[in-house]
Design a protein around this ligand. Structure first.
Ligand code: THU
Length: 160
């Protein structure tokens, strides 16, 4: 028998410690919460994506009376980025949630499906994507999607 541990690196910082690029996607994520359609959960999520062509893409969660038909903010942003700029590589993504008009005091942690979609974006980019999970005061920075989805299923698994 062999036992291995999976270690994930997380950088925890405050807004004033972010770079200009990081601040710009956090601002985009905050702005995107305003377009969230969340009449069922009242949990308004925004995502800001930085592409290697310098564009910043926003996405928000879009809910549906048939609950599973809704979609998260991260996937809205990443799928739109793939639609509008199919050749561009995703460099960074920031995510934040608000509830009753206030940014939440706990970070917004992506669901499994969004982590899987981020992993695909990272594969397409060919470089690690930096992920910023934001709360009202702290930001958790993951330098790669691998740290959020260790042991993930990707293209290499399909080759058998
Ligand atoms: N949601 C997101 O948009 N992103 C996340 O990272 C977590 C959850 C949305 C889905 C749903 O509209 C609402 O938040 C409550 O789950």
């Amino acid at each position: 028998m062999e036992i291995t541990n999976i270690v994930a690196k997380i950088i925890i910082c405050e807004q004033n410690e972010l770079t200009i690029e990081q601040k710009s996607i956090v601002e985009a994520a905050k702005k995107a919460t305003l377009s969230s359609y969340a009449p069922y959960s009242h949990y308004n999520v925004g995502a800001g994506v930085l592409l290697d062509n310098g564009k910043i893409i926003m996405g928000s969660n879009q809910e549906n009376a048939a609950y599973p038909s809704g979609i998260c903010a991260e996937r809205t942003a990443l799928f739109y980025a793939g639609t509008a700029f199919p050749e561009a590589k995703v460099k960074k993504i920031a995510i934040i949630a608000s509830h009753n008009g206030e940014f939440t005091s706990s970070i917004c942690s992506p669901c499994g499906a969004c982590r899987q979609v981020m992993l695909e974006s990272q594969f397409r980019a060919g470089n690690p994507i930096e992920v910023l999970l934001c709360s009202s005061n702290k930001i958790y920075i993951f330098e790669s999607v691998d740290d959020l989805l260790p042991f993930g299923f990707d293209y290499s698994d399909l080759k058998g």
